[in-house]
Design a protein around this ligand. Structure first.
Ligand code: ASP
Ligand code: MG
Length: 420
């Protein structure tokens, strides 16, 4: 048998009945392949479930939110199955599970409870898609990711237990035959005690990579509403172009600087086993898309632009004119770790340390309190952090025209600028 292929469909690709039919027609393009089909919650369901969880914990009414989730999915089911009764029958146990999860008394384990509720979006979506495929006579099996993806118990941000998962995937591997479609939830797994865990928001891409790694897949395809990975945000750069072929290394770099096309954790398992990742359009499945693979040969061909607005440049200077050296740096980093502040760029000089962080008034106030006394602090709010990979003088000029550059860092491949 040819190696299994992993397909991932995100929330936008299953946001309504039309979209689900489109997923089915994409699967039909691969009649002889064994496919693992990783699916996210439909549309904005994960956000709705988060709202439900918050309402539950704050003692606010949950009924309206539940009803909204129910109606949204029920309408999709009706459209897909063409019958009220069949739709109601499919939805009934799914809603019962959700209602039971919400009706349970609130424990003091907020994150754990979050995962029990929020994970159900994926369970509902995969159950509906499986039900629909069966109704069309297509072959399809529904798998439970909680029996495959074993994790630790860091709820909402669970780490994969690769050894345990490699064992528990055996039945799934054995079920694969040419033409099989195994539908499985993205984003979710199970802790050692069996409780459901989630892998962090947007984690379904990562699930696809986990499946690929564990099953030694031939390739992974993430089906999206864009033609592939673009070199810049098209809303900002109308002349953005598609990257045809980039390396795993380049994809990791772009993710680090803030490109948001794929979940950053996705690359590592694929890179480890040399499994190529395709990003393709579910609107135009025949188009080539982007491939992310081992070779770095073509990385330099197209410059990439990553822009982060609404950043704050914070500079700390020692009050007594002592150098900023190892001691102070340790002290500064300890505080940043404690406060959970993520640094996007940093630089130090003789008596100061500068960093760029997301604008967050609450965290800023905490930082101020933590550092006051020890350092003099200066803020530059509302600045932009621009990163260009594979830059040229002309690409830099284009970006910085008419702007004041507060800080700049250049390496051979990358230039980063803090601008006002
Ligand atoms: N449904 C989850 C989320 O929206 C996971 C995913 O879509 O990747 O975060
Ligand atoms: Mg999603």
């Amino acid at each position: 048998m040819n190696p299994v292929r992993i397909f991932k469909f995100g929330g936008a690709s299953v946001k309504d009945a039309e979209a689900v039919r489109n997923v089915s027609s994409i699967l039909d393009l691969f009649p002889d392949d064994a496919l693992i089909v990783v699916v996210s919650a439909m549309g904005k369901t994960t956000n709705a479930l988060e709202e439900l969880h918050r309402a539950r914990y704050s003692g606010s009414p949950v009924e309206e939110i539940l009803e909204h989730i129910h109606t949204f999915h029920l309408n999709i089911c009706r459209d897909l199955l063409g019958s009220r009764e069949a739709a109601a029958e499919l939805m009934q146990p799914l809603m019962a599970t959700l209602r039971a999860a919400v009706a349970a008394p609130c424990s003091d384990r907020y994150d754990r409870e979050y995962d029990q509720v929020v994970s159900l979006g994926e369970w509902i979506s995969t159950s509906i898609i499986h039900g629909y495929l069966e109704s069309t006579g297509a072959s399809s099996q529904l798998a439970d990711a909680r029996r495959v993806v074993r994790t630790d118990d860091r709820f909402r941000d669970a780490r994969v237990d690769w050894t345990a998962s490699a064992l528990s995937i055996t039945p799934l591997r054995e079920a694969l035959t040419p033409g099989s479609r195994i539908i499985i939830q993205g984003f979710i797994g199970a802790a050692p005690d069996g409780a459901t865990t989630t892998l962090g928001r947007e984690g379904s891409d990562f699930t696809a990579a986990i499946m690929a790694y564990l099953l030694d897949a031939g390739d992974v395809t993430i089906w999206k509403d864009v033609p592939g990975m673009l070199n810049a945000d098209p809303k900002r750069f109308p002349d953005s172009v598609k990257l045809d072929c980039i390396s795993f290394r380049e994809a990791i770099e772009l993710a680090y600087y803030g490109a948001s096309v794929i979940h950053p954790k996705t690359i590592k398992p694929l890179q480890n086993k040399g499994i190529p990742l395709y990003i393709k359009s579910f609107i135009d499945p025949a188009a080539a898309g982007t491939v992310i693979q081992e070779s770095t040969e073509r990385d330099h061909l197209v410059p990439s632009f990553i822009i982060k607005d609404n950043q704050v440049l914070i500079s700390l200077s020692t009050r007594d004119f002592s150098f900023v050296v190892e001691d102070n740096l340790r002290d500064i980093f300890d505080t940043l770790v404690q406060l959970g502040v993520r640094i996007h760029l940093m630089e130090n000089s003789a008596i100061s340390f500068s960093m760029v962080v997301d604008h967050d008034p609450y965290k800023q106030e905490q930082l101020l309190q933590a550092f006051a006394g020890r350092y003099a602090i200066r803020y530059n709010e509302g600045v932009t952090l621009a990163t260009i990979r594979h830059y040229h003088d002309s690409t830099i000029r284009r970006l910085t025209e008419g702007r004041e550059i507060l800080l700049e860092q250049r390496s051979r491949q990358t230039v980063r600028m803090v601008m006002r």
